[in-house]
Design a protein around this ligand. Structure first.
Ligand code: GLV
Length: 325
């Protein structure tokens, strides 16, 4: 039986090639643009698709399920899956998978370190200064930054990505403190990391706070006005997880009032919209949700998403099923 797959936007060819090698008909959204919810529904009504390969920007909810009654599987090309209504999928017997690539975890961890170092060494501001023709000679007191060796990194969430950040940071001379719902004893042994029972315990002690939790009801606005107030005035906040974990307006206020020193953000509460207060602040470094954008990571994500589809249709339980547990 020839399976028919819809791919909501162009992804690395290696994933498409895997699906085509199985003889599947693969329709890729012909425009290299993110589909709106309505456009996605229009595409899904065009054919009796068997599976859909989705992006984290596709909201897969009951209206999508209603529009595509033949689809048995949605395979996310992402580690996160907050774009999926898993409860409704479960009720309808639809299988949902994600693509937790190891290389993507490496890539996000490296991007996290890049943001931390860029803030501490003021690379982005300094680059703009040179390009503006303002560099007229060595100055003793220009672009004074912060050493990171000997400082403390506070991780909120210490799973796959958080632990990788911890390893990289430890090698660069930072001490590690972390909080999570579960203790990571291996990390405590290996890196001499210290467990903090709650964000309230961690925040006052960290020079850099980095967020590595999934987006869930319990983590939405986990960083809010009260918790920002607990951070050191010299500290940096880094977010490479999901934008809605931070109350963006509270962050803008904290930066304006000097409650924290700066922020490095790869994700935004209302992305792709970004608060004007962040765009206008010289205390933040902003990147467009590219944490996992190394070539190797994106290839592996495409392979994992495609393999989940192939396994499903070959009668093997895909490795990354999120529901039916
Ligand atoms: C990226 O944000 C992902 O979840 O893979």
């Amino acid at each position: 039986m020839v399976r028919t797959i819809f791919v909501t936007r162009k992804i690395p060819p290696v994933g498409i090639a895997l699906l085509e090698a199985k003889g599947y008909t693969v329709d890729v959204n012909p425009n290299d643009e993110t589909l709106t919810h309505d456009e996605l529904i229009v595409h899904l009504k065009e054919k009796a698709y068997d599976a859909v390969l989705t992006l984290l920007t596709d909201h897969i909810d009951t209206s999508v399920f209603d529009a595509a009654p033949t689809v048995m599987l949605y395979a996310n090309y992402a580690t996160g899956y907050d774009n999926f209504d898993l409860v409704s999928a479960q009720a309808r017997g639809i299988t949902m998978t994600n693509a937790p690539s190891d290389l993507a975890s490496d890539s996000v961890a490296e991007h996290t370190l890049a943001l931390i170092y860029a803030l501490a060494t003021r690379i982005v501001e300094a680059d703009a200064f040179v390009r503006a023709g303002k560099y007229t000679g060595w100055v003793p007191m220009n672009f004074i930054g912060t050493d990171l060796s000997g400082k403390t990194l506070g991780l909120i969430g210490c799973g796959r990505i958080g632990s990788k950040v911890a390893h990289l940071a430890k090698a660069l001379g930072l001490s590690i403190i972390y909080t999570d719902i579960a203790r990571n004893e291996a990390l405590e042994k290996e890196l001499d990391a210290t467990y903090m029972p709650s964000p309230e315990d961690l925040l006052p002690h960290a020079d850099v706070v980095s967020l590595h939790t999934p987006l869930m009801d319990s983590t939405r606005h986990l960083i809010n006005e009260d918790r920002l107030t607990l951070m050191k005035p010299t500290s940096f906040l880094i977010n490479t997880s999901r934008g809605q974990i931070v109350d963006e307006q509270a962050l803008v206020n904290a930066l304006e009032k000097g409650i924290i020193r700066g922020a490095g953000l790869d994700v935004f509460e209302f992305e792709p919209k970004i608060s004007v207060g962040l765009l206008q602040s010289s205390k933040v470094i902003l990147t467009p949700h590219i944490g996992s954008a190394s070539q190797q990571a994106r290839d592996e994500m495409a392979e994992i998403a495609a393999q989940n589809i192939i396994d499903f249709f070959e009668g093997i339980t895909p490795r990354n099923v999120l529901n039916h547990k």
